[in-house]
Design a protein around this ligand. Structure first.
Ligand code: DC
Length: 210
C-alpha cells in the first residue's frame, strides 16, 4: 500500500501546527510535530545541566531522548522553544532525530509532519509540500495570545525579541536552514484565520493527491 507524506514547514506561529493537525485528521493520516522533538532535546540537555548550544551535550541528549519524559505544557513553553532553536543548529542533533522522523512517516497510511526542514531534508519526496508563512508582527501577536491563553504572564517586547532571535537562528544555521523547498506551495496566513487557511490547504492537497 502506498503511504502518503505531507510536509508542512514554516516559522514559529505561522499557523503550521494547527493546520497540520487538521490536515492529518481530514485525510486520515498520522501526525508528527517535529518541533516537539527538538524541544524535548533542548529540555533534556538542560535537565542534564548541559548548555543547549554545546554540541557534545546536546547530541548526547538527542541520541538518548525519550519524548515521553516531558509534558505537553513543558514542551510548548518558551524555555523549551529557545533551547530547541539552539540544539537544532547542531548537526549531531539533527542526525539523531532524522531517522525517527522518516520511520514515522513510512508507517501506513502515511503522515503529516510539520517543522522547518521536512520538505527540504526529512521527506524530500513528499507527495505534498506546503510552506506556511505570515508577517512578523502577526506571528508575534499570535504567540502572545497563545501564551496568555495558556495562563502565562508574559512581556510582549520579550516575546518579540525571542521570536526575532529564533527566526534568525532557524534561517541562518548551516544545516537544514528554514527555507521553502523549491517545489513547496506557499501559504501566507497573515490575513487568514485557521478555518480559511485549512480550506485553502485542503483544496490544494486534494488537487495533488485526489
Ligand atoms: O515549531 P517549533 O516552534 O516547535 O520548533 C522549535 C524549534 O525547533 C525551532 O526553533 C526550530 C527547530 N526545528 C527544526 O529545526 N526543525 C524542525 N523540523 C522542527 C523544529
Amino acid at each position: 500500500m502506498k503511504t502518503i507524506a505531507i510536509a508542512i514547514d514554516g516559522p514559529a506561529a505561522s499557523g503550521k501546527g494547527t493546520l497540520a493537525k487538521r490536515v492529518a485528521a481530514e485525510f486520515g493520516l498520522r501526525y508528527l510535530d517535529t518541533g516537539s522533538l527538538y524541544r524535548a532535546a533542548g529540555l533534556a540537555t538542560l535537565r542534564a545541566d548541559g548548555d543547549p548550544a554545546d554540541p557534545v551535550a546536546a547530541t548526547k541528549a538527542a541520541e538518548t531522548l525519550d519524548i515521553d519524559w516531558f509534558s505537553a505544557g513543558d514542551l510548548r513553553g518558551e524555555l523549551a522553544g529557545n533551547a530547541a532553536s539552539k540544539v537544532a543548529a547542531i548537526p549531531g542533533v539533527r542526525a539523531a532525530l532524522l531517522d525517527y522522523q522518516r520511520r514515522y512517516a513510512a508507517v501506513a497510511p502515511g503522515a503529516v509532519l510539520d517543522g522547518r526542514d521536512i520538505g527540504t531534508v526529512v521527506l524530500p519526496n513528499a507527495d505534498v509540500k506546503i510552506f506556511a508563512q505570515a508577517d512578523f508582527e502577526v506571528r508575534v501577536a499570535r504567540r502572545v495570545a497563545e501564551l496568555r491563553a495558556g495562563g502565562q504572564t508574559i512581556i510582549e517586547s520579550r516575546v518579540r525579541e525571542d521570536m526575532a532571535a529564533r527566526d534568525a537562528r532557524d534561517s541562518s544555521r548551516s544545516v537544514a536552514p528554514l527555507v521553502p523547498a523549491q517545489d513547496a506551495w506557499i501559504l501566507d496566513t497573515s490575513a487568514l484565520n485557521a478555518d480559511e487557511a485549512f480550506a485553502q490547504a485542503k483544496a490544494y492537497i486534494a488537487s495533488k493527491i485526489g
